[in-house]
Design a protein. Structure first.
Length: 425
């Protein structure tokens, strides 16, 4: 469980977007903002594997075993349906509302314990624990505090037994059923977790990617990926976790493709007119290094020199395209990022200078609202000039299908290029 600013309530459309991206909000009050910090990250309790013994207080275990709702500590628990995120994991969550008056007084400590059992499987359930420090709250505080927790599932049906207690040993308990399932039309989508898998949500968006067994029958493909790490909302002063989560998932989708053996990655930010990270011809994508570079980005600052140049972003994009696409030795160039709607597009005359390409160009456009913003952006116009292909990434399945289709196109183009070479002695 992680926490976000009180200005981002876990509600409606934002809630659905956040769960898709794997974003984990929020403890907040309506009328009173709670600056609440977790005492520790959400953990899967030791001994929760098959055939192992879980260390848990007998009183807590008795509450879980009873499977009866309790409101000694008044609260309302609202489970959320598992949703497939851009990382191709099912994220399921719950929301808890607690009247602020129930938390008033000196500092408090809330302990959440819940277990998740697979339906119809004789295996030990998975147990999770979370401790939350609550600051002193005035006696006349009004409204409610909201907490949410998220965990990840593979396809299947599950039962959840949940409790929360405070320092006075008051308990709130609830239980519910949960089912993670792909629609029949999306069964081909390669979800990351296997059926019946239960895991704590991963708070590290830029963790290392596990090794991938690369294809050996053909020469591995070599791709160059240019990612614009920018907010979905171009006016946002910060890069939110839901945005970085989607962009990192696009990179992971490419990194997991076994037909690709070499990666050149350029991470940049259009607004800052800056390349954040570059690494060429590597056998894997260094996600922690990209995360470090992106974390140093400060979108809220204003550079007066950039303001003086009204076409600075267009000039930056033109220079980036010229540098990365001229004499490029990759089998394909892939752009990725949200809409980059600049005051002026890159001039066709500038793009003509690059010359005719002997490799395909693609654009994976992360756009949560394609109907609201249907027109091409500046990157899309450049990709169209080079007769490239643009994919709109609005839902998790869009990512899976686009990567699969794109890599197929790259492999086909490479075979065609190799076949056209003159025979050598």
């Amino acid at each position: 469980m992680t926490f976000a600013s009180p200005e981002m309530p876990f509600r409606g459309r934002v809630a659905r977007m956040a769960r898709q991206a794997g974003w984990l909000p929020v403890l907040m009050g309506l009328g009173v903002a709670l600056n609440v910090a977790p005492a520790g990250a959400q953990l899967m309790l030791q001994g929760s594997g098959p055939g192992e013994t879980v260390r848990i207080f007998n009183t807590d275990l008795a509450v879980l075993e009873a499977r009866q709702d309790r409101d000694d500590l008044p609260c309302t628990v609202t489970p959320q349906k598992p949703m497939l995120g851009f990382d191709l994991k099912f994220h399921t969550s719950y929301e808890v509302a607690v009247p602020l008056k129930e938390l008033s007084g000196t500092e408090n400590l809330l302990t959440i314990i819940f277990r998740v059992s697979k339906e119809g499987v004789q295996e030990a359930p998975a147990y999770f624990s979370q401790k939350i420090k609550v600051p002193a709250i005035e006696e006349d505080a009004r409204g409610e505090a909201y907490l949410t927790g998220t965990f990840d599932l593979g396809e299947g049906k599950y039962h959840v037994d949940w409790l929360m207690r405070d320092r006075a040993e008051r308990v709130c308990a609830h239980n519910w059923e949960s089912e993670a399932v792909l629609p029949a039309k999306d069964k081909q989508v390669g979800v990351v977790l296997g059926p019946g898998a239960i895991q704590p949500a991963d708070p590290d968006q830029f963790r290392d990617e596990p090794p991938v067994e690369r294809a050996t029958q053909d020469q591995p493909l070599n791709v160059k990926v240019l990612v614009n790490f920018a907010p979905q909302n171009s006016r946002s002063p910060v890069l939110r976790p839901m945005d970085t989560g989607a962009l990192v998932s696009i990179l992971r989708g490419i990194a997991r493709e076994p037909r690709i053996g070499k990666f050149s990655v350029v991470a940049f930010n259009m607004h800052e007119q800056k390349v954040l990270y570059r690494k060429d011809n590597s056998g894997q994508i260094d996600f922690p290094a990209i995360g470090q570079a992106v974390s140093a980005l400060q979108l809220g600052t204003v550079d007066l020199k950039r303001l003086e140049n009204k076409h600075g972003e267009t000039d930056f994009l033109a220079g980036l395209i010229r540098k990365e696409m001229t004499d490029c030795q990759a089998d394909a160039v892939i752009f990725a990022g949200p809409k980059a709607l600049l005051e002026e597009n890159v001039s066709p005359d500038v793009l003509k200078e690059i010359g005719e390409l002997d490799y395909p160009v693609f654009y994976m456009n992360y756009n949560l609202y394609p109907n609201a913003v249907p027109w091409k952006d500046s990157i899309g116009h450049a990709v169209k000039f080079f007769k490239g292909v643009e994919y709109t990434i609005s839902r998790p399945k869009d990512l899976w299908y686009s990567v699969t289709e794109m890599v197929g196109r790259i492999a086909k183009a490479r075979r065609r290029a190799v076949g056209s070479l003159p025979a050598t002695q």
